[in-house]
Ligand binder design. Structure first.
Ligand SMILES: [Ca+2]
Ligand SMILES: [Ca+2]
Ligand SMILES: [Ca+2]
Length: 209
């Protein structure tokens, strides 16, 4: 009973907030692949395609159990390219995208940039991996919010570390999700709607008397 209630309320909360339902955990073994497609919301329909120009491809490995943002394995690859990794959203992405990243060496950061179908930048973020979380390797959580419909995003890792690991790539890009851009009501529309609702409410109260 309690479980049912929790499930119902969390589903309702997700529907209200348009919360993230899709997550890529990189737990499939894909050693050496240069392109790989993932389903983030478990409906067997592919949602994203990760790729790299590194002919060696990427791997799914470590970095050990003590990380906060990586539940091993994660997606692992080179940091030595200008764009080390890219992700295409096969049905688009809206809202916020986030992921954990770790590196073997300190003083390593990531630039994560989100683009629409016309190569316009919708948002970007930079995160520096640190030991602040208590992990065996420096790590960080990267997160970016944006307006519009994202088509793809790029990762550039830079600094001392020559290899990266990312995990738990999270956002509203699942094939079962509402990916309508700007689906959240704007405050202006709410302000217009509020007096109408108040008027209706007053009329109903009057009718009840
Ligand atoms: Ca994982
Ligand atoms: Ca899917
Ligand atoms: Ca790089």
């Amino acid at each position: 009973m309690f479980k049912k209630f929790v499930l119902a309320t969390s589903l309702a909360a997700m529907a209200l907030s348009g919360a993230h339902a899709a997550e890529i955990t990189f737990d499939e073994a894909i050693a050496g692949a240069t392109v790989f497609e993932f389903d983030g919301d478990g409906d067997m329909v592919v949602d994203v395609r990760f790729g790299t120009d590194d002919p060696e491809g990427f791997n799914t490995v470590g970095p050990g159990a003590n990380q906060t943002y990586i539940s091993e394995p994660g997606l692992e690859g080179t940091t030595l390219l200008d764009t080390d990794l890219f992700v295409e959203f096969l049905g688009g992405a809206v809202g916020t995208l986030s992921f954990g990243f770790a590196t073997i060496d300190p003083d390593t950061s990531v630039n994560f940039t989100v683009y629409d179908d016309n190569d316009n930048v919708l948002g970007s973020t930079t995160a520096l991996a640190t030991f602040d979380t208590g992990g065996d390797f420096p790590e960080a959580l990267a997160s970016v919010s944006f307006a519009g419909l994202a088509s793809y995003a790029t990762f550039d890792f830079f600094g001392v570390g020559s290899r990266y690991i990312i995990d738990n790539f999270n956002g509203t890009f699942g094939s079962t999700e509402d990916r309508t851009p700007d689906a959240v009501p704007v405050p202006g529309a709410l302000a217009l709607f509020a007096p109408v609702a108040a008027g209706l409410f007053a009329r109903r109260r009057k009718a009840k008397k």
